[in-house]
Design a protein around this ligand. Structure first.
Ligand SMILES: *Cc1c(COP(=O)(O)O)cnc(C)c1O
Length: 459
């Protein structure tokens, strides 16, 4: 059956997944539970309820239900921009002169420009279904805030976004997209919250951080009636929604009898990677098939490759539950010269457990080599990739070049999570030859990890 694989594989409407897949159901060693920072006991439904929407708490705490029906309204929204194409990178293969076959799943074909919309619409839907007035969140580079703004506009929900101050100032276009979709965007730290005021008092003129913006958004949610907090990555519920990426990919590959040998994704908080690998990892966990999984992260924020597997705070204000994860410490702030995104200090508990159990590998990449790959890819495949996504491109190209040396005809699949139109300052710095590679020193990491919470098992 030598049927030629098309450049772009799309599923028919009736082939689209109608359920999300909860990978935890197939994990024998389950991810560690979120802990209440005060009692160090697992968070209960009642404790999470003031922060998150009820149905999302149910999804967060459920590690046994393998499949969740996707509500009809969410499926209809998905149809506006899904299925996303699975692309055979013929041009890239030819340019690299590799015997490897390369595929990428492209999630950048929507206005928000990334995969984050897959979970934004789900979280906004459950908030609406619960009769809430609105949601609060944080955003760093702005992709999550943009996706959530779009979802809230569609459903008629209010959306308050705390945007890390330096991004608020450096990425005015992202900010304006959010405002166009009706979101209220506040630079963080702000005077609107207790956490923000305290921080500004202590560090006047601070540029803010993702961890601080999270604290502000959580505080705003629990102190405003009719509001809940939503988060764009890290949590198990987000991985559940993002499984749509992997389920579509698997269905498209099965349709043409393609089996990937290596599956690669960039890793910030772990949502796109967990979503892409979910059905494949499920097969591996059940002993039905084998794959190599590779997480690609920046050397400037190396949670998997240099972090510690421990309970840590998710935010700087320490108001969120503790999560067990590979972390470089909640106070860790990547070098100011780091432009490639993926700046969160920790990693999804689910991926962390899989990594600890040896089901996954990780590579840390220098940003100059990531942007070199981004530029190469843009010229060959035509898509201007997001810097985050370009970590996966780099790792996939490295694997393809290894195949060239060995002559192996491996099939490589990677997640192309988004486009880079709002990251052109970063591209400018690369194009001008000004970009530098900065990794934290051993002392910096030791110092940052010394502030881990005192939880039994952490030392
Ligand atoms: C947010 C983002 C990421 C990283 O987040 P994960 O939760 O690790 O997936 C990667 N790529 C793009 C384009 C993003 O916007």
């Amino acid at each position: 059956m030598a049927e030629k694989i098309p450049y772009k594989i799309y599923l028919e409407e009736h082939e689209m997944p109608t359920r999300w897949y909860n990978l935890r159901a197939d994990m024998k060693s389950k991810p560690a539970p979120l802990l209440n920072p005060a009692t160090l006991q697992p968070m209960t439904f009642e404790e999470l309820q003031p922060v998150f929407c009820d149905e999302l708490v149910r999804q967060e705490l459920d590690e046994d239900t393998a499949f969740w029906d996707i509500p009809k309204d969410i499926l209809n929204f998905y149809k506006m921009y899904r299925p996303s194409p699975l692309v055979r990178a013929y041009c890239l293969e030819e340019k690299l002169q590799t015997p490897a076959r390369i595929y990428y799943k492209f999630e950048g074909n929507n206005t928000s420009g990334s995969h984050k919309l897959n979970s934004a619409i789900a979280q906004a839907y459950y908030a609406k279904a619960q009769g809430l007035q609105g949601v609060t969140t944080e955003t760093g580079a702005g992709q999550w805030g943009t996706a959530l703004s779009m979802a809230c506009a569609y459903l008629g929900l209010e959306c308050k976004v705390f945007m890390v101050k330096c991004s608020y100032e450096q990425k005015p276009f992202r900010r304006e997209v959010m405002r166009t979709y009706g979101a209220q965007v506040t630079p963080s730290p702000s005077l609107n919250t207790q956490v923000g005021r305290k921080l500004l008092e202590k560090y006047p003129g601070t540029n803010g951080s993702l961890g601080c913006a999270i604290s502000e958004a959580v505080e705003a949610a629990v102190t405003t009636p009719g509001f809940r907090y939503v988060l764009g990555s890290v949590l198990a519920q987000v991985s559940l929604h993002q499984s749509i990426i992997g389920l579509e990919t698997k269905a498209a590959m099965d349709k043409y009898g393609i089996k990937p040998d290596i599956i690669i994704g960039c890793a910030g908080g772990g949502s796109n990677l967990s979503g892409l690998i979910a059905p494949f990892m499920g097969e591996k966990l059940r002993g039905e098939a084998d794959y190599r999984f590779i997480a690609a992260e920046p050397i400037s924020c190396p949670s998997f490759t240099r972090g510690k597997y421990a309970y840590d705070f998710c935010d700087t204000g320490m108001v969120c539950p503790l999560a067990k994860m590979y972390t470089v410490g909640s106070g860790f702030i990547p070098s100011a010269s780091h432009a490639g995104g993926l700046r969160f200090h920790g990693m999804s508990s689910m991926l962390s457990q899989l990594y600890a159990d040896g089901y996954m590998e990780a590579v840390a990449l220098e940003q100059t080599s990531v942007f070199e790959a981004a530029q190469y890819f843009a010229r060959v495949e035509g898509i201007l990739p997001a810097p985050e996504s370009s970590h996966a491109i780099r790792a996939a190209m490295d694997e393809a070049l290894r195949c060239k040396e060995t002559g192996e005809e491996k099939t490589i699949l990677f997640g192309l999570t988004g486009t880079g139109y709002f990251d052109l300052y970063a591209y400018q710095s690369y194009n001008d030859g000004l970009m530098k590679d900065v990794a934290p020193t051993e002392e910096e990491l030791v110092r940052s990890l010394a502030a881990l919470p005192k939880v039994p098992g952490n030392i």
